[in-house]
Design a protein around this ligand. Structure first.
Ligand code: ATR
Length: 292
């Protein structure tokens, strides 16, 4: 790569803490190569008291765009000149796009999840959906399901109060009693026998790979398709239990892939073709040691 950097090279990057294990450079530097853009993507480890300086400094350095990861997806919203409507509703920004005077914030995590689901032929419309988790990710997924016309959404969370508050807010926004809040052990109240499940809690994440937020077979018998937004391990225990009970299961690697692709499209004003997306997906799997 070094020999290709010249006076016209543009820079994009990632702001977070930690950033040392990120796979985003694999996505963007290979996309740049494939789409013929003179662009490099680098990680920036930012200390908590340095976020404002990082965003302003990036603008000063003519940086084209940034991704933002944990723990700054909400705080970064304080330092932007504009925020996309969807990102504002979700309450989190993971992509900064250079505009006049600063950066505009977007959320490509959720559009990325949706595009990944479409690429696997998984639909939300008219489905009975079970969402596990009522944190930031659970909230965004609940809004996606409401917007995409799910029939009904059961929102299961360890602390039921959080599920109730989130359900009330989404139901109000969409003017429909679509989200039904439940405690995590109340899955017996789910009326439907064939549901799409989206797992958004951190349970089962490497190195706690032997854990699932629910273990009961009765629950998994209700799932025709499960998506776990975790991609490490490539098969979470939640996915394994789904498969053992006859359902299909997908991990969060497509979400990671497409959040990156959508960010790249926003920065460069181009559309990335599916063949290219598939090629990057293969590189990500190789990077993670996934052979299937
Ligand atoms: P994110 O932004 O990734 O969604 P978060 O806002 O910290 O992260 O939310 C984490 C989610 O994982 C929550 O739904 C949390 O449940 P609580 O609201 O009850 O805390 C869920 N979670 C974390 N650890 C869990 C565990 N051991 N069992 C069940 N749920 C868990």
């Amino acid at each position: 790569m070094a020999e290709k950097i010249n006076g016209k090279t543009r820079t994009c990057g990632l702001i977070g803490n930690p950033v040392e294990h990120t796979l985003s450079p694999v996505i963007h530097n290979n996309l740049a190569e494939k789409t013929g853009k003179n662009l490099v993507y680098v990680p920036f480890h930012v200390e908590p008291d340095g976020l404002e300086n990082a965003v302003k400094g990036a603008y000063g350095l003519n940086i084209l765009g940034m991704n933002v990861t944990v723990p700054y997806k909400t705080d970064v919203m304080n330092y932007l000149v504009e925020i996309d409507e969807e990102a504002r509703a979700i309450g989190a920004v993971n992509t900064l796009v250079r505009v006049q005077g600063g950066y505009k914030g977007y959320n490509t995590d959720i559009s990325g999840l949706h595009r990944g689901m479409l690429s696997d032929g998984v639909k939300i419309s008219k489905e009975a959906v079970i969402i596990l988790g009522a944190g930031g990710a659970g909230k965004a997924v609940a809004r996606l399901c409401a917007a995409e016309g799910a029939e009904k959404v059961y929102l299961l969370n360890r602390s039921v109060e959080k599920a109730e508050a989130l359900a009330a807010s989404v139901n109000k926004e969409f003017e429909r009693e679509i989200i039904v809040p439940l405690g995590i052990s109340e899955f017996g109240k789910i009326e439907e026998d064939s549901c799409l499940a989206i797992q958004t809690t951190s349970v089962g994440l490497h190195p706690d790979s032997d854990k699932s937020p629910i273990e009961d077979t009765v629950f998994f018998k209700k799932i025709h398709t499960a998506i776990d937004i975790i991609y490490k391990p490539a098969e979470t225990r939640f996915m394994k239990l789904t498969r053992e009970n006859g359902g299909k299961a997908y991990n969060g690697l497509k979400m990671l892939l497409y959040q990156g692709i959508i960010a790249y499209e926003l920065w460069n004003g181009i559309e990335v073709e599916e063949d290219t997306a598939g090629w990057i997906y293969g590189l990500l799997k190789k990077e993670l040691g996934i052979h299937e």
